[in-house]
Design a protein around this ligand. Structure first.
Ligand code: SF4
Length: 698
């Protein structure tokens, strides 16, 4: 209850990976009032513009209220039997790898767990991938290469205990605003220094001590120079690096790299190295600007290398910190929602891990090879290898690179199921079967944020029409496919307990993710679960990893990886002379299916735009607010010009949110090349090449 005597429900914001706690109260008219939870350790009552407008984005408007088959409303029985029959028939006729699930970091952990169990344990394919592949797969790959597991070493408190924070490839001020507020507070109280590394001048630079506007994709060369300077200045931690393998090989590579490719001056590079090396407590935060690259995993390892070489990891105020884009990207990683992972940070390639998971699930077979990662999955759909596809809470027809080809692939797929809260997305319009899912305030389960804190999402509104929770829809399809016992869940608490018990196996294999201490939670304990940062084992409870020099490779040692700068995959040519950077704006989320409902949020930036440097605009005779045509080998978009020296010459920036429904000509991912990192499979969404022309006057 709050002061007004009305019931208050604690939940978690469904937007970014900060995972802010919210207090929700029904307003008596079918909506809710939302404010920050003062007791949640992610935000202590703060909310950003998106979180504070949550109450404006709930309700029945635009909701899908009944299952639909071939465009006609139907009942659940008909729709789910059709889904189960078509998936079973396809597997029987063409094998388990002829079907696929493409899911989302919007799913709650319990939903994700059931989807992963159904595909990897019972259908028998690893063809389940997630839109988180588009935002942090390179961090996962970098972590696994360096640490042996996908472990985020630090905690949010480190941001308040650091003396220097480096933001690289992260516009934290707009994309993780509450974390940025925490940093500004620390800056005020203890004078924390802030360095931003980004080709573009963003809002995060406004309060920075230094902005390094490097050339796109050159981060490895910069961090290799830092590694070389660490050694030269004697800042290597000899005791810590005795628990690390590969330093000399990494240094050899680092010495071969030429920092001049960054376009930064020697003065800038020297000052950056001086500040980083000279500050004991340093946190390096990185995000999409690092991950969304054809060398994303190498960029991540170049950053981790510097922290490992100095032992600045896993102790208060020190460490590399990958921040996740989506509310439950971390939960998806933990349940094994990526095509190359098994549940609970166990390895798909490890026969003992596979056997243990198969036995735990009493599953017929767990696949022994990774499935198709997002870009390859939609390519396989287009080539007819995937014949039945289930897309859950995501809109790949506009959000995947080479979006027009993805749209055509989905349209041509033999059988496509889409679960979503609305039937109005570009992807939903292509579905054979549309399943109405419960939305954020109607769902019950858990999410994990960027610092490993598991928080509850709780139901405050009744789902409209026939909408149902995702775990319930998935479990019923599992039962109708013949696996009654494995999918006989009554509620999300039961799923959570099973998942937590499975993680005990991971613990026995010496993996990081062990929340088995929560496997005995009764329903009431699950209902009242407070934000809990894993690990939950007594030895490490809620703390940091790696400060003790213990890592998760079989020999217990970390790996410093030799990495070398590689330019972005797409080369600029006279025909395509500009490099396109894409990203988020402050007040919109993904393809705007929720934030687009709030007039207040839409008032910040009302329409899509293209940022272009004043000298490039002059050369192209482009004036402010003119329409610009943007063309790549993949497609075309038309956007309004924003002339600004925030972008460098030869580079342009466009936001990713506007989609087919809101601005058909502005679908920027139709222009983005489907190039991926060979290690992580993450697309290079920030370095496509494009031609830019004036299209029409303002
Ligand atoms: Fe929500 Fe992220 Fe804003 Fe917090 S910072 S209120 S989690 S969008």
């Amino acid at each position: 209850m709050d002061g007004s005597g009305l019931p208050v429900t604690r939940s978690t914001c469904p937007y970014c990976g900060v995972g802010c706690g919210v207090l929700m109260r029904p307003d008596g008219h079918g909506g809710i009032e939302v404010r920050g939870d003062p007791d949640h350790p992610a935000n202590f009552g703060r909310l950003c513009s998106k979180g504070s407008a949550l109450g404006e984005t709930v309700g029945r408007e635009g909701r899908l209220l009944a299952p639909r088959v071939d465009g006609r409303d139907t009942d659940w029985d008909t729709a789910l039997q059709l889904v189960a029959d078509r998936f079973r028939d396809t597997v029987q006729r063409h094998g388990p790898d002829s079907v696929a699930f493409y899911v989302s970091g919007q799913l709650l952990t319990e939903d994700y767990y059931v989807a992963n169990k159904l595909m990897k344990g019972f259908i028998g394919s690893a063809n389940i991938d997630t839109n988180s592949r588009l935002c942090m797969a390179s961090s996962v790959a970098g972590h696994k290469r360096a640490f042996g597991t996908d472990t985020v070493p630090g905690t949010y408190e480190d941001l308040e205990q650091a003396d220097l924070i480096v933001l690289t490839g992260s516009n934290l001020a707009w994309c993780h605003p509450v974390l940025y507020q925490r940093i500004l507070q620390a800056r005020k109280e203890r004078g924390t220094k802030l360095i931003v590394i980004d080709p573009r001048r963003t809002a995060s630079c406004d309060r920075a001590d230094m902005h390094l506007a490097l050339k796109p994709g050159t981060d490895v060369a910069l961090f290799n120079r830092l590694l070389a300077e660490i050694e030269k200045s004697g800042a290597t931690d000899k005791e810590f690096t005795s628990k690390v393998i590969g330093l000399s090989d990494a240094l050899e590579e680092a010495h071969q790299d030429d920092v001049n490719v960054t376009g930064l001056s020697e003065v800038e590079v020297t000052e950056f190295c001086r500040m980083w090396i000279g500050t004991e407590k340093v946190v390096t935060i990185y995000s999409q600007g690092v991950n969304q690259s054809s060398s994303g995993a190498d960029k991540v390892n170049a950053i981790l290398n510097c922290h490992l070489a100095t032992g600045r990891i896993g102790t208060p105020g020190c460490g590399p910190f990958s921040v996740t884009g989506q509310p439950n990207a971390m939960g998806g990683r933990e349940v094994g929602g990526l095509a190359n992972m098994l549940a609970c940070h166990l390895d798909l390639e490890n026969a003992d891990h596979r056997a243990a998971v198969r036995d735990f699930w009493s599953a017929p077979k767990v696949p022994d090879a990774p499935g198709l990662k997002a870009v390859d999955m939609f390519r396989a759909v287009g080539e007819g290898q995937i014949k039945a596809l289930w897309i859950i809470h995501t809109n790949p027809a506009v959000s995947m690179p080479d979006a027009d080809a993805v749209r055509a692939a989905i349209a041509g797929c033999d059988f496509t199921v889409v679960s979503d809260i609305t039937g109005a997305t570009d992807t939903a319009r292509l579905a054979d079967v549309l399943l109405p899912a419960a939305a954020w305030a109607e769902k019950d389960g858990t999410v994990t944020n960027s610092d490993r804190t598991i928080s509850r999402q709780r139901t405050v509104l009744t789902a409209p029409g026939m909408a149902r929770p995702d775990w319930d829809i998935l479990a019923e399809v599992g039962r109708r496919m013949g696996w009654n016992d494995a999918f006989s869940y009554e509620n999300p608490a039961e799923i959570f307990r099973e998942y937590a018990a499975l993680s005990g196996i991971a613990g026995r294999f010496g993996r990081d993710f062990d929340i088995s201490g929560l496997s005995g939670l009764p329903d009431t304990g699950y209902r009242d679960l407070q934000p809990t940062r894993w690990p939950v084992t007594a030895a490490r409870k809620g703390g940091r990893f790696f400060g003790d020099g213990q890592f998760f490779h079989p020999d217990g040692k970390a790996r410093i990886l030799p990495v070398r700068y590689r330019p972005p995959a797409a080369k600029r040519t006279p025909r395509y002379p500009f490099r396109l950077n894409t990203g988020r704006v402050r007040d919109q989320w993904h393809t705007m299916t929720r934030t687009g409902l709030s007039p207040r949020l839409s008032a910040h930036l009302a329409e899509p735009f293209l940022e272009i440097h004043p000298e490039d605009a002059r050369d192209l005779s482009v004036k402010a607010a003119d329409l610009i045509s943007l063309e790549s080998p993949q497609g075309r978009a038309i956007l309004r010009a924003r002339i600004t020296d925030a972008v460098q010459r030869g580079q342009v920036f466009a936001p990713m949110h506007w989609t087919g429904e809101t601005a058909p000509s502005a679908r920027i991912d139709a222009v983005v090349a489907p190039v991926t990192d060979p290690v992580s499979g993450q697309p290079e969404s920030k370095a496509s090449v494009v031609a830019v022309k004036r299209f029409a006057a303002a």
